[in-house]
Design a protein around this ligand. Sequence first.
Ligand code: HEM
Length: 354
Amino acid sequence: MRDQPARPRSSRRTLRTFAVCAIPAALAAVFLSCVGWLSPRLNARRIVNAFEATTTPHPGFRRNHAKGICVTGHFDSNGDGALLSRASVFAKGRYAVVGRLSIPGGDPGEDDAAATVRSLALRMTLPRGEEWRLAMNSTPVFPVRTPQALLEQLQADARDPRTGRRDPAKMQAFLDSHPEARAFRRFIEQHPPSSGYDNATYYGISAFQTIDAHGIRRFVRWEVVPDKPYRAVDAGDLRDPDFLFYDLSKSLRKGPLRWHLFMNVAMPGDTTDDSTRQWVSSPRRPRIDAGTLVIDRAQTQIDGACRDLAFDPTVLPDGIAPSADPLLAARSAAYAVSLQRRTSEEAAARARAH
Ligand code: HEM
């Protein structure tokens, strides 16, 4: 048998070039597509990237609701929630709370006057190692129904990296193609934001399921209603870009702040998987006051107890379960990506400082 003729030099070079460049490139492509950068598929990283594109970089801070304050206190459960749910949080008793009050947006230096929404996140520590994490806004509806629509909304809100400007035409096009966002805008137009964090009502927005001691499931939406009466923000408040923080500190110096946790039960015909649609208010709707949230201390978010927490709304005790609202799973994944990014940036900054 004749020996195979030796490969010409140029063909060997081509093979070597292929091995050196193409194989690592292929491996990189596999890696990038695994982390979602080349995939047109929707995933949490793409959504968090889109949040980042709406502002300038702020390493170490939350990718949304970047400006906020840590708070601590407790939840005094009055036992009435047990009518709906076997969750340990509804057994009469006191449960420790770490929370965070914030405004939406990715800039931790945002002027409070720019915020039309106030937000409250809570982690309740329960018996047997359970927790209940809640993240609520001061609107009963969310602008979009699906994670895909949220991505489109964020892309319409992105800043041009060269000019730092947003394109109002893009937002208008988004709004024209998403009529479901009108309910949110209408609510904002008709309800001026509260003068403080302490006189806002906070809504869970998404429906959840409660499971009672007999295994009966019901759909509920919760809201946290302040004892302090609502007052609309006025021109005097708006003069200070941090008025929400200073107002809260001033209120806490006078004593603890209180809200009641109400559980509203779905009635026939209510949608349970659509955060853009509000349930009609009806005197026939079952509504249970499950107890009092008491906040008695605030700390900065730089070193307070809420710093490294992600208030993932799918962290629930036995007796409460998510609904089919598609935003819930997306939030769980996006909060984890945001937490991972901000904590690793903070660790890197600390390492550089040493
Ligand atoms: C019912 C709708 C929603 C409500 C009520 C809500 C509320 C909140 C609140 C209160 C926070 C601040 C939590 C804190 O203080 O640490 C927050 C943070 C955040 N939200 Fe949402 N949100 C909603 C929907 C979404 C969706 C659909 C996404 C994306 C899929 C999203 C992405 C984020 C991210 C990335 C953060 C920062 C998380 C962190 O770094 O800890 N949110 N949200």
